[in-house]
Design a protein around this ligand. Structure first.
Ligand code: C2E
Ligand code: MG
Ligand code: MG
Ligand code: MG
Length: 284
C-alpha cells in the first residue's frame, strides 16, 4: 500500500507555499497566535524494530492547522518560526506534549520494554537558547522512563558550532534524554567528528535508504551502519517505503526503520490503537 504515496509526497508544496513571498508577513502574525489558539498539533510516526517487527517508538512531528490554509507541514512554516524566534516556544510545546503522550503510553502498556518518543530540535533552540532548562522542566512535569525521551538533531545543525553543540549535547545526556543524529549523510560533517558527540542513534537520511536500483546505495548504507556500530550507536533508516527496503535494511544490520511502509505520521489516538492491536497480537 506504500505505493499510494509517491516519493515526492512531502516535497509537494501546497498553494500557500507558492505565494509565500506575499503571505509571509501574514503567516508570521498568524503564527504568533497559533499556540494560544491551539492550532499547533503533533502527529507521530512509528519507528519499527526490524528483528521483531514491533513498534520501538514514535517520532513526533509538528503540524499547524491554519484556520484558512488548512493543515500545514513543517517546511511551510518552520523557517518563519525559526527566523522570528517563535520556534523556541513551539519547540518547548512539542517537547512537552510528546513527553506527556509518551508517559501516558508507557503507563498504559506497562514499562516493560518501554517505547520511546523523539522530538526534533532546531538550531535556534540548541545554539541560542537555554535548551537544558526546557528539557529539565519537561522531564520534571512528565514522568517517562529515563532515556526514552530523545532529541533529534541534524548533522548540519551540530556543524554550525561543533564545540558548543558538543557541550550542550553532553548536558542533554546527563539529564537522561536520548540523542539521535538526524538526516545523516546530507550534511558535511567529517566522520571523525561523530565520535565527539554523545549520540546513541544515527538516523540515516532517506536518500541513502530508498532503493533506486543502481546498486550503489547499499554500499554506502553498509559503511554508515558499520561506522555507527563501531561507535556504539544504533541505526534508524528513514524513508522505508517498500517491503524490499525493509528486507534489505534488516540484512544490512539496521536495528530500526521508519517510513510510509510502517505508517504515516498519525494522531496520538491512532498510535494508541496501533499499540493496543500490537499487544493483543502478542498475547495470542
Ligand atoms: P525529519 O525529522 O527527517 O522527519 C521525517 C520526515 O520525513 C517527516 O516529514 C515524515 O513525514 C517524512 N517521511 C517519513 N517517512 C517517509 C517515507 O517513507 N517517504 C517520504 N518521502 N517521507 C517520509 P515532515 O513531518 O513533513 O517533517 C519534515 C521535517 O520538518 C522533519 O524532517 C524535521 O526536520 C522538521 N520538523 C518536523 N517537526 C518538527 C518540530 O517539531 N521541530 C523542529 N525543529 N523541526 C521539525
Ligand atoms: Mg527527525
Ligand atoms: Mg530525519
Ligand atoms: Mg530526513
Amino acid at each position: 500500500h506504500a505505493k499510494r504515496f509517491g516519493p515526492d509526497r512531502v516535497e509537494a508544496f501546497k498553494p500557500v507555499m507558492r505565494t509565500m513571498g506575499g503571505d509571509r508577513l501574514a503567516l508570521e502574525s498568524d503564527l504568533r497566535r497559533a499556540l494560544e489558539r491551539e492550532e499547533i498539533k503533533l502527529v507521530f510516526q512509528p519507528i519499527m524494530r526490524l528483528d521483531n517487527k514491533r513498534i520501538a517508538g514514535f517520532e513526533a512531528l509538528v503540524r499547524w492547522d491554519h484556520p484558512r490554509h488548512g493543515r500545514l507541514n513543517p517546511q511551510e512554516f518552520l523557517s518563519i518560526a525559526e527566523e522570528s524566534g517563535m520556534i523556541v516556544e513551539i519547540g518547548l510545546f512539542v517537547m512537552d506534549r510528546a513527553a506527556r503522550q509518551l508517559g501516558a503510553w508507557q503507563r498504559a502498556m506497562g514499562v516493560h520494554l518501554p517505547i520511546f518518543a523523539s522530538v526534533n530540535v532546531s538550531s535556534r533552540q540548541l545554539l541560542r537558547h537555554d535548551l537544558i532548562n526546557d528539557i529539565r522542566a519537561v522531564l520534571d512535569r512528565n514522568e517517562v522512563v529515563p532515556g526514552t525521551l530523545k532529541l533529534e538533531v541534524t548533522e548540519s545543525l551540530v556543524m554550525e558550532n561543533p564545540e558548543y553543540a558538543a557541550q550542550v549535547l553532553e548536558r542533554v545526556r546527563e539529564l537522561g534524554a536520548g540523542l539521535a543524529l538526524d538526516d545523516f549523510g546530507t550534511g558535511y560533517s567529517s566522520l571523525s567528528y561523530l565520535q565527539r558527540f554523545p549520540f546513541d542513534t544515527i538516523k540515516v537520511d532517506r536518500s541513502f535508504v530508498r532503493h533506486n536500483g543502481s546498486g550503489t546505495r547499499p554500499v554506502i548504507l553498509r559503511s554508515i551502519v558499520a561506522l555507527a556500530h563501531d561507535l556504539g550507536m544504533e541505526v534508524v533508516a528513514e524513508g522505508a517505503e517498500t517491503d524490499e527496503d525493509a528486507i534489505e535494511l534488516y540484512a544490512l544490520g539496521c536495528e530500526y526503520a521508519q517510513g510510509f511502509l510502517f505508517g504515516e505520521p498519525m494522531s496520538a489516538e491512532e498510535c494508541r490503537h496501533l499499540l493496543a492491536r500490537q499487544s493483543a497480537m502478542m498475547r495470542h
